[in-house]
Design a protein around this ligand. Sequence first.
Ligand code: ADP
Ligand code: MG
Ligand code: MG
Length: 251
Amino acid sequence: MLEIRDLHAAVNGKAILKGLDLTVNPGEVHAIMGPNGSGKSTLANVLAGRDNYEITGGQATLDGHDLAELEPEERAQAGLFLAFQYPVEIPGVSNMEFLKAALEAVRKAQGKEEWDSVTLLRKAREACKQVNLDAQFLKRGVNEGFSGGEKKRNEIMQMLLMEPRLALLDETDSGLDIDALQTVARGVNSLRSPERGIVLVTHYQRLLDYIVPDHVHVLSDGRIIKSGGKELAQELEQKGYGWLTGEEESA
Ligand code: ADP
Ligand code: MG
Ligand code: MG
């Protein structure tokens, strides 16, 4: 489903990804770990097509679509959803209006039936309930004045509604309290399905106690230097990254 081959990418002209290979099959959850600055967020941003992130070599395809040839909106329509990297506030546009526009475009592009406003509201309320977000949040401006935890719940809520083919989650360094962590984990776990792939970028081994990945990869200096099963995350928690990167303890 997601095939990344020898991917090279630059941010504002600086080479960051230096030959990255990754294959995600439907139904799999992959965790990407690695030291700070290794290129984890860059990978997520390159795949989503964020401004200033440029593919300089190799290829990334989603269901055979070459991502480099698609605009960010087209990538979303192809089923890609990037969470956490755009916690932008859009004052004056309600969460519900935003969702309606996004869902219309994506569902249409994917040939799914359109949801009428009653269905949409019902689905949106259900999704809010799943992430413990009061339905009042649907009426508020997108992310306007939301706390960090509320933004994350909101993104998971959006993701549940978008039903992405490939969900990318980039956990930032910012702390998630234990409630938000469990909510995010519940939301992500409920997204697990045989048709869907999930790529979780995380600094927190702890998150992987709740979302058990099928594969764990360590990114270092723009390349995947080790891959393994869920036990690799536990090993990293104990040993840090130094034994892999050849440096002193870096975790
Ligand atoms: P990680 O998420 O693994 O901590 P990042 O992908 O955020 O790593 O960063 C990888 C490298 O790219 C770092 O050296 C960082 O300084 C650099 N980088 C990230 N964003 C930019 C940018 N907008 N301009 C220049 N360099 C950047
Ligand atoms: Mg970082
Ligand atoms: Mg990062």
